[in-house]
Structures are given as C-alpha cells and as structure tokens.
Design a protein around this ligand. Sequence first.
Ligand SMILES: *[C@@H]1O[C@H](CO)[C@@H](O)[C@H](O)[C@H]1NC(C)=O
Ligand SMILES: *[C@@H]1O[C@H](CO)[C@@H](O)[C@H](O)[C@H]1NC(C)=O
Ligand SMILES: *[C@@H]1O[C@H](CO)[C@@H](O)[C@H](O)[C@H]1NC(C)=O
Ligand SMILES: *[C@@H]1O[C@H](CO)[C@@H](O)[C@H](O)[C@H]1NC(C)=O
Ligand SMILES: *[C@@H]1O[C@H](CO)[C@@H](O)[C@H](O)[C@H]1NC(C)=O
Ligand SMILES: *[C@@H]1O[C@H](CO)[C@@H](O)[C@H](O)[C@H]1NC(C)=O
Ligand SMILES: *[C@@H]1O[C@H](CO)[C@@H](O)[C@H](O)[C@H]1NC(C)=O
Ligand SMILES: *[C@@H]1O[C@H](CO)[C@@H](O)[C@H](O)[C@H]1NC(C)=O
Length: 398
Amino acid sequence: MIWGLFLLLFGNAVCQYSCPQKCLCSLLLTDCRFANLSDIPQGIAQDTETLFLNENYLTQVPPGILQPLVNLTFLGLSHNKLSLQNDTFDDIGRSILALDLAGNNLMELPPALFRGTKHLVWLNLAENRLAVLDGKIFASLERLTYLDLSQNRLQLSVNMLMGLSQLDTLMMAGNHLQTLPAGVFDPVPNLKILDISNNEISSLPDNLFENLTNLSDLLLDNNSFKKIPFSAVKILPKLEHFSISGNSIQNIPPLSVIGESSLRRLDLSNNLVSDLPLNFFSVLRQLEFLSLSGNNINALPGDIFVHNTQLAFLHLDRNQFHTLPIFSGLQRLKELRLCCNGIENLPRTFIDKMYELELLDLSNNNITETKGLDSNTTQIILTGNPVCTNSMISKTHC
Ligand SMILES: *[C@@H]1O[C@H](CO)[C@@H](O)[C@H](O)[C@H]1NC(C)=O
Ligand SMILES: *[C@@H]1O[C@H](CO)[C@@H](O)[C@H](O)[C@H]1NC(C)=O
Ligand SMILES: *[C@@H]1O[C@H](CO)[C@@H](O)[C@H](O)[C@H]1NC(C)=O
Ligand SMILES: *[C@@H]1O[C@H](CO)[C@@H](O)[C@H](O)[C@H]1NC(C)=O
Ligand SMILES: *[C@@H]1O[C@H](CO)[C@@H](O)[C@H](O)[C@H]1NC(C)=O
Ligand SMILES: *[C@@H]1O[C@H](CO)[C@@H](O)[C@H](O)[C@H]1NC(C)=O
Ligand SMILES: *[C@@H]1O[C@H](CO)[C@@H](O)[C@H](O)[C@H]1NC(C)=O
Ligand SMILES: *[C@@H]1O[C@H](CO)[C@@H](O)[C@H](O)[C@H]1NC(C)=O
C-alpha cells in the first residue's frame, strides 16, 4: 500500500519532469527545434503548454501521440515536411490556441483540418505552396485573430474568409493575387491589418474596404498599380499606415485624400510620381512619416508641407531635385533624406527652424559649398558631393 503510493508519486514526478532526448525543457515548455527529428519524440511532459517541434524532418503527426498533452496551447511545427489529414489536430482541439505550420511545402489542406480547433486565435500557414483553399476551410475558427498566408500561391476566393469574424490581421504578401473579389471582406469586419504586398494586383473593386471601419494598416507595396485606388481607400476612418511603394503610380489627381484625419505613415516610394497636387498633404495633419524616395519629382510647391506639423521623417532621396525644396512648417522634423538628387545650392540656414533635426542626408548631390550649414545637434552627411573632393574646403561632413 505504502509502496504503491510511493510509485504513484514517483511515477507522477518522472512524468512531469521528463524531457525527450535532444530537446530542452523548462516549466510547461518543451523545445525540440533543430533536433533532426524524423518522428515526434516519446516522453514529452504531460503538462507541456508550449511545444516547439519546428525545423525538423517530421512527416506526420501520428494519431494519439499528442493526446496526453491536455493543456497544449502552442504547437510549433514550422519547417518540417508534414502531410496533414482531416483528423491531425483532433487530439489537441480542446486546448490549442496557436498553431505554426509555416514552411512545410503544403500544396493543399484537408477540408476538415480545423474542424476541432475551435479555440485557435493564431494560425501561421506562410511559406507553403497553397494554391487553392476549400471555401469553408476556416469556417470553424470563430476566435481566430491572426492569419498568415504569406508566400504561397493563392488567389483569394470570395468565401475564403467565411467564419473569421474576429480576424484582425491578415497577411497575404507574396501570393499570386491579381485582384480581390468584391465582398471578400464581408466576413471579417474587425480587420485592422491587411498586408497584400508583393502580389500582382493592378486594381481593386470600388468600395472594397467599405465595411472595414477599423482598418489601420493597409500594405499594397510591390504590386502593379498605375494609380492609387482612391475609391477603395478614401473611406477608411481609422487608416494610420498606407503603403503603396514599388508600383507604377504616375499621377495623383487633385483633391484626392487618403485617411484624412488619421494617417500617420504614408509610403509612396519607388513609383513614377513627378507631380503632386498642391493640397495633397494639407489635410494629413497627423502625418509622421512620409516617403517619396525613388520617384521623378523635380520640384515641390513651396508650402506643400505647411500643415504637416507632426512630420518627423521625410524621405525625398533618389528624385530629380536640382534646387532644394522649401520646407516651411516642418518644425518637428527628425530625419530629412535628400540623397541622390542633383542639388547644387543650399539656401543659407534652411535647417535653422528644424529644432529637432537629428539626421540630414545630402550625400551624392552636386553641392559645392556649404556656407551656413552648421548645427551641433544634427548629423549631416555630404559624401559624394564636389564639396568633399575640393581639397581647399574643410571636410567636416564628408
Ligand atoms: C543535426 O544534424 C546535423 C548534420 O548532420 C548536425 O551537424 C547537428 O549537430 C545535428 N543536430 C542535433 C541537435 O543533433
Ligand atoms: C492542466 O491545467 C490544469 C489547470 O491549470 C491543471 O489543474 C492540470 O493539472 C493540468 N494538467 C496536466 C496534465 O498538467
Ligand atoms: C475529410 O473531410 C472532408 C469533409 O468533411 C471529407 O469530404 C473528406 O472525405 C475527408 N477526407 C478523408 C480522407 O477522410
Ligand atoms: C457593406 O455592408 C453592407 C450592409 O451589410 C452591404 O450591403 C454592402 O454590400 C457591404 N459592402 C461591401 C463592399 O461588401
Ligand atoms: C472596431 O473597433 C471598435 C473599438 O475598438 C469596436 O468596438 C468595434 O466592434 C470594432 N469593429 C467594427 C466592425 O467596428
Ligand atoms: C519590394 O521589392 C523590393 C525589390 O524586390 C524589395 O527590396 C522590397 O523589400 C519589397 N518591399 C516590400 C514592402 O516587401
Ligand atoms: C553639377 O553642376 C555643374 C555646374 O554647376 C554641372 O555642369 C554638372 O552637370 C552638374 N552635375 C550633375 C551630375 O548634375
Ligand atoms: C555650437 O556650439 C558652440 C559652442 O557651444 C556655439 O558657439 C555655436 O554657436 C553652436 N553652433 C550652432 C550652429 O548651434
């Protein structure tokens, strides 16, 4: 009787503190990453809540093997060679909250894979080879807030997001999206972050984002847009970050507005913009970061930034400026990048009212003298200008 009790306690202790070979364990966590495993190991402590099996050679999750882990909440299986069945996650469905399946070369998902994982809040399916997903594959994931489908081969079908009523982040960068079907976002009214950069999108249906009143980050970089899809983006009351770099945008129409009262970060870099409408930035009173790097701009209206009193980062490098634009209104500026233009003259004291300026990059221009350009608090970069090769002048900022 006493012996039996001893065994019971001892057995329990062994079980609690067991740690598979090649793994590292600490309280409630078993870490078997980079362990060259081709099978899920025996002897994982039953109280494990976080299990990392990432970066191995696993090909399957045999039925029953995870069943003892009744409190498992995070399961990392990324970068293996898994194939999945309808019932693969049935054993852990009651407890699992986060599942990482990135980088498994998955070409499709069994239609009922997520039927039991109703509590899932975080799901990563990035870096696979998914091309089509069953219309209702996510329908049971009513609590999911984060879904990463980046770096696959997906088109977005109209029903794909059905059921994801709590979704706030959707990552779909690096797929084969050409457009997005109208109504595709109806099931996800709480979406805050949408990343569809690095696709092949050239236009979006009118009012596509109409019902996404909470959208704060919209990333459209590296697509095929020839103009900013204003009819889709102008109606977003909480948009804070809009990024459409690396497209072929040429003209920005007058009276066009994005995120009038909320926009903080605007990235229009690496496009073909040569002119900006006079009032383009004047309503963006909250703007803190603006990049126009890598366009064809050679002049800006003198007071274009006069209302952007919050602007701290202004990137105008790699354009066609030959004279310095006038910067009135930018008293909060911390960083001004003007590299790689053809700027020849610096107006005296042009940074005098930028009391918070920390970095002024004027490298690779055509500047021959720097009278009046001095500051004790700003890092000034002048490399690649004639002033730096002229041996008669002091090379303070070269
Ligand atoms: C995995 O295999 C590689 C190459 O065979 C070896 O260098 C590495 O030490 C192994 N890692 C573990 C944790 O056994
Ligand atoms: C699972 O968690 C509950 C609540 O924290 C705990 O009482 C129980 O002992 C745990 N089960 C295992 C097998 O560790
Ligand atoms: C997986 O589930 C789907 C939908 O319930 C079903 O149609 C399919 O036959 C199942 N696949 C297998 C291999 O059982
Ligand atoms: C937005 O919601 C309304 C009301 O549910 C619906 O009629 C409309 O089609 C939705 N708009 C889009 C673009 O899905
Ligand atoms: C948007 O955010 C607010 C405040 O966080 C929240 O109450 C609301 O339910 C969210 N969803 C929609 C569709 O407005
Ligand atoms: C766009 O593509 C360029 C060149 O391939 C790459 O350097 C850049 O990081 C991409 N931008 C984003 C936001 O992915
Ligand atoms: C630099 O300026 C000089 C005259 O001030 C001009 O002849 C030359 O073409 C300019 N170089 C470049 C690269 O713009
Ligand atoms: C830099 O500091 C020196 C000594 O503190 C001062 O005399 C000079 O006026 C300052 N220059 C500028 C541009 O603030």
